[in-house]
Design a protein around this ligand. Sequence first.
Ligand code: FDA
Length: 300
Amino acid sequence: MKLMNSLLTATVPFLPRWMARPFASPYVAGETIDEALQRAESVIDQGFSVTMDILGEHTLDVEYSHKITDDYCSLYNQIIEKKLDCTISLKLTHLGLSISGDLAVKNLNKVIASARLGNQGLTIDMENYPYTSQTLDIYRTALKSYENIGTVLQAYLHRSMDDLKQIISPNLRLRICKGIYLEGEKIAFQNGNQINENYIALCQTLLEGEGFAEIATHDAQLIHHLDRWISENHIPMDRFEFQVLYGVPMGNTLEKLKDKGYRVRVYIPFGDKWYEYSIRRLKENPNIAGYVLKNMFKRK
Ligand code: FDA
């Protein structure tokens, strides 16, 4: 499997866009806001909640960071107008954090002003390690002016439990994920079992404390374990939701969660940067190439 992943990862970056599209298309809801909103509406019609993300990151062009900010504002306007059960997830480096913290915060505040018009949810995605502390600082400041904002902790980081204990509060809205970037052993667990143990510990600490947990994983064992723990510990349904990425095959797991009355939110990425985004992710994390291939066969 490892060899297959490495081969795929070595080949895919050289594919032209039209050839790479089949790898990306199950996971990306089109290039434009209109296309993505149509997909979001159909996902909502199936009983899910949605969060939408414009693909892209590490913007080094100030004008472009303003354009993305405006795109997020107009996405909020349409979500509010259509009364969709839909939040937005964004990356601070897409709003200019790689250029300067001030620029990212100014752009974020503009997006928050649009979210506020409909009291819509907003999640600040967590990026690679150089941005962890800055992202948490910006989140903490933003939370003082807008309650309906959340962020993400990655279970693979050694520091995440300490971070959780520092930010835990009644207003905390926190997505827990395993972590998608390739990080070294000094800062991140490399072993899958340790990551899973930390994942469970983070969710349980959050749910035994204060705040709202967004359990973001496709790992059937983790979902099963947490679902059972939640029932045994009588955690109220308004304290958590499950989240998955658009297009990842989940068998009947999501239907089962919905049947229990749990909220399940689907993360829908879209935008013209789908090619660059997919290639970057593939280079960073060879496992994804294997997942994509496995899922292609599963679908058939
Ligand atoms: P695991 O990696 O063990 O995957 C379990 C199974 O799910 C695999 O065997 C495969 O079948 C399937 N699968 C997983 N990922 C897939 C993919 N991309 N394509 C196809 N199949 C896939 N990360 C981060 O660093 N910062 C963030 O802000 C976020 N945000 C986020 C939001 C949401 C809603 C989700 C679900 C995930 C994220 N992530 C993220 C990504 C997360 O960190 C993690 O990399 C992936 O979810 C994969 O980990 P799993 O927990 O699914 O387990």
